[in-house]
Design a protein around this ligand. Structure first.
Ligand code: PAF
Length: 305
């Protein structure tokens, strides 16, 4: 596995790689959830590129940027063993040189839920992912379902700014008791860890009620909220429109049940998609690339109109 450190060397090397190219963006502290992204990218591409960069722009002033787990050598070994061909791991100074002033912003999806709890977070994610896409120019970007609002933000970004990259969403990987894997689970105390699976149980209960045709938002959310175990506390539970993240009221399908619970200063995020009557999963089903004009036709059959 080759390791590159600058945007220009990354792009120069990436342009020589066999296509299709899958990009797995990470902030390190890798777990089985990241490996599921790498495995899927391996199956679907000739080349797999991973990036490893702890992005300060997506952390708030009182968040865990300084103490975010950093384990470069172990992470690089895991990626190499997983079959990653190229690792892009820029330093802070290369990613954001002195005077760096650009920000990528979106008018939708970024203000509510995680956007409200973490002001500036999605702008930071959109900015760094834009830079990663320029450095690698991948065919597909592999994202985990767990950060489902991030998925919606990045789908909108790639669509609206005409990136020639597909988004592939990989199902959340869970512990046997249902807790979604996250690098931040390492922060949980024994008591918080024991209560943590109640987040997923609560969201599944809400999803089951929506699937059964319940439309009363207050009653359904109260049923889910009641299932959270102490010492966890909800930041929010909601059923939202999959594209806009506007809360559904009355409830209907398709939708996404989202929730964030607090365990001390650690936040546990999870979600359960609810398919529409057509059975299409609103998170995991790929967008139709034809609608986004990403299917390359042979030059001879291209119309100039
Ligand atoms: O999901 C993450 O790990 C990060 O938000 C990402 C996409 C690597 C951007 O820093």
């Amino acid at each position: 596995m080759q390791i590159v450190r600058t945007p220009s060397s990354s792009r120069a090397i990436a342009r020589t790689l066999a296509r299709p190219v899958g990009l797995v963006p990470t902030m390190g502290a890798l777990h089985r959830g990241h490996l599921a992204l790498v495995e899927r990218a391996k199956r679907e591409n000739a080349t797999v590129v991973a990036s490893l960069f702890v992005n300060p722009l997506q952390f708030g002033p009182n968040e865990d940027f300084e103490r975010y787990p950093r384990s470069f050598d172990a992470d690089a070994a895991v990626l190499e063993a997983g079959g990653v061909d190229l690792l892009y791991a820029p330093s802070l100074e290369r990613m954001y040189p002195p005077g760096f002033a650009a920000r990528v912003g979106l008018d939708v999806v970024t203000a509510q839920y995680e956007g409200a709890w973490r002001p500036g977070h999605f702008g930071g994610v959109a900015t760094v992912v834009t830079k990663l896409l320029h450095a690698i120019e991948p065919t597909s970007l592999y994202l985990g379902q767990k950060d489902v609002q991030q998925v919606a933000v990045l789908r909108a970004l790639l669509r609206d700014l005409d990136f020639a990259t597909n988004v592939v969403v990989v199902p959340t990987v869970r512990e046997p008791d249902g807790l979604a894997l996250s690098s931040r689970n390492a922060y949980l105390s024994a008591q918080e860890r024991a209560a943590a699976p109640s987040v997923f149980r609560a969201l599944e209960t809400v999803a089951a009620l929506v699937r059964s045709g319940e439309t009363d938002r207050a009653r359904v959310l109260a049923a889910g909220e009641a299932l959270l175990e102490a010492p966890l506390r909800w930041d929010y539970v909601a059923v939202v429109d999959p594209k806009t993240f506007v809360p559904l009221d009355p409830l209907r399908r398709p939708g996404i049940v989202i929730g964030a619970a607090r365990a001390g200063s650690t936040r546990l995020l999870d979600n359960v998609p609810v398919a529409g009557a057509d059975g299409i999963d609103p998170v995991l089903t790929p967008e139709n690339p034809r609608r986004r004009n990403l299917t390359e036709k042979p030059a001879s059959s291209r119309s100039m109109r």
